[in-house]
Design a protein around this ligand. Structure first.
Ligand code: HEM
Ligand code: HEM
Length: 187
């Protein structure tokens, strides 16, 4: 968008749908991560339900992401709050959000690839199973698992940094960045 753009005025805050999608995913992503981390704490024969819960949380994240991207493409986002470090800060915010979107796509798709590489199906909310094209073969399965795990850790690290920056906006810069994303808050 350019300075000459006269198309619809930017809203002052994120709309309720964008907020609901943001906060439900902000809860589900760490949940999916924790479920994956605790899998190894269970004896092999009782890991099934935890793996199922992990895959289902991951598939829900993917489904919500599709809705979120479609919503984002069809609605105007509020303008980013200006900081004393423009234009660099504005560019970094866009790059950071872009990276988060990219990782939110790559990680669940990598999870599906991990299941397929292990010769395991992906349950889709108990409705049906997606069956992959591969049989379980090492070292391929191990390599795909490792890539999924690394991308998942990176997503959590970037999301954590993003949350800290959001809080710093509120506490140090005292701007409206966090308030605009606050559930149930008025614009
Ligand atoms: C944002 C979503 C996701 C996150 C944050 C995530 C995170 C992780 C992490 C950190 C691990 C490594 C656990 C470890 O061994 O230490 C893992 C493993 C795994 N993930 Fe995901 N994952 C996500 C989505 C998915 C999806 C959508 C699927 C498949 C439908 C999936 C399937 C798997 C499988 C099969 C493993 C190997 C589990 C095992 O060791 O038995 N993940 N995931
Ligand atoms: C897994 C966790 C999270 C992910 C993946 C995530 C992802 C994102 C993304 C992609 C955006 C950009 C929205 C867009 O341009 O469409 C965003 C915005 C935002 N997020 Fe998060 N977020 C997470 C957690 C948090 C947390 C914990 C906070 C609070 C401290 C937070 C505060 C915000 C704020 C204030 C905005 C609006 C930024 C602005 O208006 O410029 N996020 N988030």
């Amino acid at each position: 968008m350019t300075a000459l753009d006269t198309s619809p005025a930017r809203p002052l805050a994120w709309d309720p749908v964008a907020k609901a999608l943001h906060w439900s995913m902000a809860a589900l992503i760490p949940l999916a991560w924790v479920l994956a981390i605790v899998i190894d704490a269970f004896p092999r024969e009782s890991r099934g339900p935890v793996v199922y819960a992990h895959k289902t949380a991951g598939m829900l994240i993917l489904a919500l992401l599709v809705v979120r991207v479609l919503w984002r493409m069809t609605h105007t986002a509020p303008d980013t709050e200006k900081t004393p470090w423009e234009p660099l800060a504005g560019f970094l915010v866009k790059a950071g959000h872009g990276l988060l979107y990219l990782l939110m796509i790559v990680v669940p798709l990598g999870g599906i690839a991990t299941s397929f590489a292990r010769g395991k199906p992906v349950p889709v909310f108990g409705l049906f199973d997606l069956v992959g094209p591969w049989v379980d073969r090492q070292p391929f399965a191990g390599m795909v698992t490792e890539m999924h795990e690394t991308a998942a850790h990176l997503l959590l690290i970037v999301a954590f940094a993003h949350a800290v920056i959001g809080i710093l906006h509120h506490v140090v810069l005292k701007d409206r960045t966090l308030i605009r994303m606050k559930p149930f808050a008025k614009a």
